[in-house]
Design a binder for this molecule. Structure first.
Ligand code: R5P
Length: 298
């Protein structure tokens, strides 16, 4: 019988990996990462990886400290004889830089995809931010699964809100807003966004006022500066609806942005793809179902 794939958590991902292990798809694998006095990482697979499939769990929400260790672990596992190295990255970074916006600017999305394609054999991620690049297959040379957290967001919202009106704050959010609305059997309105600066965001749209009395639920893939949520909440208030609950897949809000969202009395729930107080929706069931699927590569 083929042994279960090893699940190896990169530093900082132990709790999320433990939740995933609870689904019975994997055997636990251990990677020890300690540091030289200068801070450079030194890696050791405590669990032998030769002849095993290895799932490396690393959110990549903070790619700068995480990426070097991940690449070393991935290439090292292959060198040590792992039969397939799959990256489980709930958040896939660099995708917003999907074209050069100024002379000399690098298209990080494509460069990062090349780096990953050379380092791992396959990839599983959640709600990647695809805009001008339409699918991961366009930029990756390895098989990739892009899962969506929409059903988990919907199930969580269902437990919090009685008569929801799902609101997508911009055109790009339509895919997630409509999926959540369908799961909740709720109406959906998608607004239009005009971003003039990092925090100078304007949101407008029609069709909200017809749903007065419902609780607005803003659905988006990412909350970064919070500018989108705050502008959408303003538009919702102008239409005569109450303060919204925001349900986002990847929540990076902190400092000024988080304070602005709180000041706008926007409730906030998110998945645990990013370590954040709002990240109460565990992705483990979604990831486990995908990683268990024998038809998927790896
Ligand atoms: C944009 O296309 C994304 O879907 C999000 O709306 C955006 O990343 C949110 O960013 P911020 O919180 O900085 O407005």
């Amino acid at each position: 019988m083929t042994p279960a794939p090893l699940l190896v958590a990169l530093p900082g991902h132990e709790a999320a990996a433990a939740a995933l292990l609870g689904h019975g798809v994997h055997a636990p694998g251990e990677l020890l990462v300690d540091r030289f006095p200068e801070g450079e990482p030194r890696l050791r697979f405590v669990t032998p990886v030769a002849g095993r499939r290895v799932d490396l769990f690393c959110s990549l929400a903070r790619p700068e400290p995480q990426l070097a260790v991940l690449l070393l672990a991935a290439l090292g596992a292959r060198d040590m004889g792992a039969t397939h190295v799959r990256l489980v990255a709930p958040y896939l970074p660099f995708l917003r830089q999907d074209r050069a916006f100024a002379d000399g600017e690098l298209v990080s999305a494509r460069l990062f995809a090349r780096l990953l394609s050379a380092s791992v054999d396959s990839l599983v991620t959640v709600d990647p931010h695809l805009h001008r690049i339409h699918s991961l297959a366009e930029i990756l040379a390895i098989p990739a699964q892009a899962l969506t957290a929409a059903p988990l967001l919907a199930a969580h919202v269902a437990g919090l809100v009685r008569d929801p009106l799902v609101v997508g704050p911009d055109a790009e959010s339509r895919q997630w807003a409509e999926a959540v609305a369908a799961a909740l059997d709720a109406p959906c309105v998608v607004l239009a966004k005009d971003r003039r600066g990092l925090r100078d965001v304007h949101v407008a749209g029609e069709g909200l006022a017809a749903h007065r009395g419902r609780t607005p639920v803003l659905v988006d893939d990412i909350a970064g500066t919070g500018g989108t949520l705050v502008a959408a909440a303003r538009c919702i208030a102008e239409a005569g609806l109450g303060p919204p609950l925001a349900a986002v897949t990847h929540c990076f809000l902190e400092g000024e942005g988080l304070a602005a969202v709180e000041a706008a009395t926007i409730g906030l729930v998110a998945t645990d793809s990013v370590a954040h107080p709002a990240g109460r929706i565990g992705l483990a069931p979604l990831l486990a179902a995908a990683l268990r699927d024998p038809t998927e590569p790896g």
